[in-house]
Write a protein that binds this ligand. Structure first.
Ligand code: HEC
Ligand SMILES: [Cu+2]
Length: 326
């Protein structure tokens, strides 16, 4: 029994009964419309279910045996054809009528965020006007009660961008830009996930989303714009140097150090992010160290080689240095 309970709880975290992923815990304009739609359709389904249970009891217990022909005709035509047509028409109306609102673009001048999916992480860019933009990964911050316009694309296969508490899901398609806009209505920490199978580690492609007050958002964005501070202590200098000499910079950009690497996530402020590995490990020095050493064990077929051949102390120095990139 105890085992069963543990398995149930485990399943719950997997399929996310948990509030941070819940579409039934809406914190955005689109998510609210979708949750309302769900409750309407669920209500209609429950009413029909009750009606049928009552009818079954009636025919089996209250009035078994043959019925008059005209009454059975009424039941077949009314209950078998008319009733479903009416109910399904009403349900279709409820499900289609919010569509124009859900696909509407955010007003001109709204905050824009560009996200592209890659196996198995998210590249996030905030355009800052005039061809300038700030890049990060696997984490998105949004100001509360302000519309946001997302431009979504993919760098390899089809992914699907889904933050259940904020909006519906939408595909990220290579060679195309899809759009999504909504207004976050409650501050909080939400989670997103890829909702379209995109390869071995699809289930390990998550996203942290923070909805905060405008002032907090501005401070955060201002910090993200800054280049990384150069290592100041001998220990962090060892880490920084090992990061360069081990070849990490051929795939990762750390603004202020090197912008050559474009294959993997921007690590300029990696220490400020909630999680690493696209939302799968809590961000601390120990997980960063594990990530370098056991990359493919943590995330099967990940597009980053494990660096377990580096001396352990060097791995640790890199991790400590990265944790310091706030
Ligand atoms: C061949 C390219 C490549 C090299 C070399 C490489 N990485 Fe990566 N790295 C990636 C990719 C791709 C990801 C995204 C993996 C994922 O989450 O699916 C990644 C993810 C990461 C992350 C997690 C980032 C986040 O936001 O979640 C860290 C930290 C990291 N790499 C550190 C390093 C360090 C340190 C080195 C050198 C020891 C290194 N990488 C070398 C490609 C590379
Ligand atoms: Cu996926």
């Amino acid at each position: 029994m105890k085992q069963l309970k543990a398995e149930f709880l485990f399943l719950c975290t997997l399929v996310s009964c948990n509030g941070q992923y819940s579409a039934l815990n809406p914190a955005g304009s689109s998510a609210k419309i979708i949750a309302d739609m769900f409750w309407w359709l669920f209500g209609i389904a429950i009413l029909i279910w009750i009606l049928f249970v009552v009818l079954e009891f009636y025919t089996v217990l209250v009035r078994p045996g043959p019925h008059k022909l005209n009454r059975t005709r009424f039941l077949v035509i009314g209950g078998g054809a008319l009733f479903p047509v009416i109910v399904i028409s009403i349900s279709i109306y409820f499900s289609l009528s919010p569509l124009p609102v859900l696909v509407k673009a955010a007003p001109e001048g709204s905050l824009t965020v560009k996200v592209s999916g890659a196996q198995w992480w998210w590249r996030v860019k905030y355009p800052l006007g005039k061809e300038q933009e700030v890049e990060l990964a696997n984490e998105i911050w949004l100001p509360v009660n302000e519309p946001v316009q997302f431009f979504l694309s993919s760098e390899d296969v089809i992914h699907s961008f889904w933050i259940p508490s904020l909006a519906g899901k939408i595909d990220m398609i290579p060679g195309r830009t899809t759009k999504l806009s909504f207004t976050p209505t409650k501050t909080g920490h939400y989670r997103g996930a890829c909702a379209e199978y995109c390869g071995t580690s699809h289930a390990l492609m998550h996203l942290d989303v923070k909805v905060v007050e405008r002032k907090v958002f501005n401070e955060w964005l201002e910090k993200q714009k800054q280049p990384a501070a150069r290592a100041a202590t001998p220990r962090s200098q060892t880490g920084e140097k090992a990061f360069v000499t081990s070849g990490c910079i051929s795939c990762h950009t750390v603004r202020g150090l090197s912008t050559m690497g474009q294959v993997g996530p921007d690590l300029t402020h990696i220490g400020s992010r909630h999680r690493i590995g696209a939302g799968i490990l809590k961000n601390n020095t120990a997980s960063l160290h594990r990530w370098i050493r056991e990359t493919g064990i943590i995330k099967p077929e990940v597009k980053m080689p494990a660096f377990d051949m580096l001396p352990v102390d060097e791995q640790k120095a890199i991790s400590e240095w990265m944790e310091g990139l706030k």
